[in-house]
Design a protein around this ligand. Structure first.
Ligand SMILES: Cc1cc2nc3c(=O)[nH]c(=O)nc-3n(C[C@H](O)[C@H](O)[C@H](O)COP(=O)(O)O)c2cc1C
Length: 204
């Protein structure tokens, strides 16, 4: 059975993004081994002075860390291992302030890990996560499918770039405009749920 990692940031009571990720889980829970990382409960450590310098020393400098230093890195190392172990990755996140929530960015800042998920070569950086596929499930209040907001959607393109940097092919399923078109919100969500079904049939 293939491994699926679900990474969700869906803290709002009544979260629309949670509706999409719950639909994915209900459809696929018997078809794949699912590991869940709920970022609203277990966030990665931010790259602060201490752990950032340990990361640079170890991952860029090739220096072995002491036992105490390794312990400091353990939480984020476990999060990196989750993506390495996954065949499929589902990232469920709303769009916040034209981009991804800081907690989701902190996850990318953790899993984009030199020597683990990407490496440098003479011709530039190379993703090390071949043979993995990812999907972004994203909702937003405004209609980021159309101008003028389309032009300032730094959320789903950033996610595709980050996955691509690690060598992971990704696609996105979005339910944009849930507040802008309140009367059509159910319809927009239903369409996204149908896209989740199509993706599920493709993946498993
Ligand atoms: C902190 C915050 C920032 C938001 N920023 C945006 C935004 O920049 N553009 C937008 O269209 N909607 C924005 N929204 C609305 C959410 O994207 C929208 O309600 C989304 O469906 C929320 O997902 P959820 O239902 O899973 O919580 C924001 C909501 C919050 C709470």
């Amino acid at each position: 059975m293939k491994n699926t990692l679900i990474v969700n940031y869906t803290p709002r009571i009544g979260s629309n993004t949670k509706i999409l990720v719950d639909h994915f889980t209900a459809l696929n829970k018997d078809k794949t081994k699912i590991t869940v990382l709920d970022l609203a409960k277990t966030a990665p450590d931010l790259l602060l002075e201490e752990n950032l310098n340990l990361y640079v020393k170890r991952n860029f400098g090739g220096v072995d860390l002491s036992e105490d230093e390794q312990k400091r890195m353990y939480h984020n190392d476990k999060i990196v291992q989750q993506i390495l172990d996954a065949d499929f990755i589902v990232l469920a996140s709303p769009l916040y302030n034209f981009s991804i929530p800081a907690t989701v960015k902190a996850w990318f800042d953790t899993v984009i890990s030199a020597g683990k998920t990407f490496t440098q070569t003479a011709t530039g950086p190379k993703g090390l996560c071949e043979n993995k596929q990812a999907v972004l499930l994203m909702t937003s209040g405004g209609d980021f499918n159309s101008e003028p907001l389309k032009n300032v959607n730094f959320g789903s393109p950033l996610v595709a770039t980050c996955f691509g940097f690690m060598g992971i092919l990704s696609e996105s399923i979005t339910a944009f405009g849930l507040q802008q078109y309140q009367d059509k919100a159910t319809e927009i969500l239903e369409k996204a749920k149908q896209e989740v079904e199509v993706l599920s049939n493709k993946w498993y």
